[in-house]
Ligand binder design. Structure first.
Ligand code: MG
Ligand code: NI
Length: 475
């Protein structure tokens, strides 16, 4: 048996490893994506007062702190038994949408556009955002500007870019000021123009990536995301919807608090990252995907004009339920447009400046579940506390866990097509990494560890010996 291990997989956040197993003929028998480090935020939280959870949990991840803040604050809302003021509900939406724009921009422009623009087989030394800036300066500038757009909104609302403590149990800590609102609204037209330009570039070049689109995790699965009652996309509120590859609704109006009834978690021997599956279908048949591809499949429409025009074209070209993970890229760009639209819509309502933004209460319940859509998919925080509000037990179910089975199947699909033996082209191994990048796995979250860590690819022979190792710096 022969094994190819890609470690580090470059241009994803966190630490992980890909192992490719060869058979006696040098063909790929299987491949695994595994996460190799765990920091244990679930344990760190024990013994702390529940009101500290949002700001503590935001430290799980430097990439998606706001999604953790929102999910955590919602779990705390349950423990307090409060009804969050409507203005605060909408302000939490704004900051989460801004987070999605900045994270999606990082994923698409910085991490994935180098492959798309320069080619999967191009010189790895130039396959980065600097290489993009040389060959397509406008594309690189649009990516940098869209990241900044999202980050500036988070700073203006939260006061600090990385770990804002503005989202709190019961609401948010301070109302939105008119000058902050006006400053954000002034940045909308430029951001929208840049997002649409990138989308047009992507659509114009889609045919060039037909081979990858056919093999990058192209298989039927279930899809999950949060949806409003209207059928519009929801990111900080809403209920769970799960559809199959033909759109049959297996779960609709699903109560996030009942997540344990919907999902089972299996532990694979090769990874610390648990794989979740849709419980009624069992493991591994209950494989599902979350994140941009899944969200566009579960919603009836996004709910804003420019984004819904783009969604209509996406569905016209790919079908109503696209099932290749390559299309995460296109879905991500459409979501950037939608999130910009939604920020504008929320801030255009004068009520957003209302001063009633926080409900206060003592501990009224000993358990709470909070949910939000992180950029890469649905995120659950579940806390149990004692009568004094001291945290006794925590369970986090993160987007990359939901996608873990699909990422493994995708890696195997790509490896079987592009890899033969240990003497394999760099461009082939890059595709094995690139399919993982389509999911934009947040390995900071997956490992509950802070910071960027690298990933590797190993090729292992039938005797278990590593015959090739691809090791590059992360970040
Ligand atoms: Mg967990
Ligand atoms: Ni994260």
């Amino acid at each position: 048996m022969s094994e190819i291990i890609i470690e580090p997989v470059t241009r994803i956040e966190g630490h992980a490893k890909i192992t490719i197993f060869l058979d006696d003929a040098g063909e790929v028998r299987d491949a695994h994506f595994h996460v190799t480090q765990v920091r244990g935020f679930e344990r760190i939280a024990q013994g702390r007062p529940v009101h500290e959870m949002p700001s503590l949990m935001a430290r799980i991840c430097g990439i998606c702190p706001v999604s953790h803040l929102v999910a955590s604050a919602k779990a705390c809302d349950e423990v307090l038994g409060v009804s969050v003021p409507p203005v605060a509900v909408r302000l939490r939406r704004v900051i989460n949408l801004a987070q999605i724009v900045q994270s999606h921009a990082l994923s698409f422009f910085h991490l994935s556009s180098p492959d798309l623009l320069l080619g999967f087989d191009s010189d790895p030394a130039a396959r980065n955002i600097t290489g993009v800036a040389e060959h397509a300066p406008e594309l690189a500038r649009d990516g940098i500007a869209l990241r900044k757009f999202g980050q500036q909104i988070i700073e203006r609302l939260g006061g600090k870019r990385v770990h804002p403590a503005w989202v709190v149990p019961g609401g948010v800590s301070a109302p939105l000021q008119p000058d902050q609102r006006d400053a954000i609204l002034a940045t909308i037209p430029d951001a929208r123009a840049r997002a649409i330009r990138a989308l047009n570039w992507f659509k114009a070049n889609l045919a060039d990536w037909a081979e990858e689109a056919a093999r990058f995790g192209s298989f039927p699965s279930l899809y999950m995301g949060l949806v409003h009652e209207t059928g519009n996309a929801a990111y900080s509120d809403g209920e769970l919807r799960i559809v199959d590859q033909r759109g049959k609704r297996l779960l609709d109006g699903g109560d996030p608090k009942r997540y344990e009834e919907y999902f089972g978690e299996s532990v694979e021997p090769w990874s610390y990252l648990k794989s979740t599956y849709y419980k009624p279908m069992g493991y591994p048949e209950g494989i599902y995907r979350v994140g941009p591809l899944a969200r566009l499949n579960v919603v009836d429409q996004l709910g804003t004009e420019a984004a819904d025009q783009e969604l209509a074209e996406y569905r016209a070209r790919l079908g109503r339920y696209p099932n290749s993970s390559f299309h995460y890229h296109w879905a991500r760009l459409i979501e950037i447009v939608h999130c910009i639209d939604m920020v504008e819509e929320l801030l255009a309502d004068p009520d957003i400046l209302g001063s009633d933004v926080r409900a206060r209460a003592a501990i009224n319940r000993t358990e709470g579940v909070g949910v939000s859509e992180a950029p890469r998919g649905t995120l659950f925080h579940h806390y149990k506390v004692d009568q004094d509000g001291i945290v006794q037990w925590v369970n986090l179910v993160i987007a990359t866990g939901h996608n873990n089975l699909a990422m493994n199947r995708s890696v195997a699909q790509v490896a079987k097509h592009y890899v033969k033996g240990a003497d394999v082209r760099e461009g082939a191994l890059n595709r094995v990494e690139a399919v993982i990048r389509t999911y934009d796995p947040c390995l900071s979250c997956s490992t509950h560890a802070v910071g960027q860590m690298p990933m590797e690819v190993d090729i292992v022979d039938p005797d278990g010996a590593v015959v090739r190792r691809l090791s590059r710096d992360g970040g």
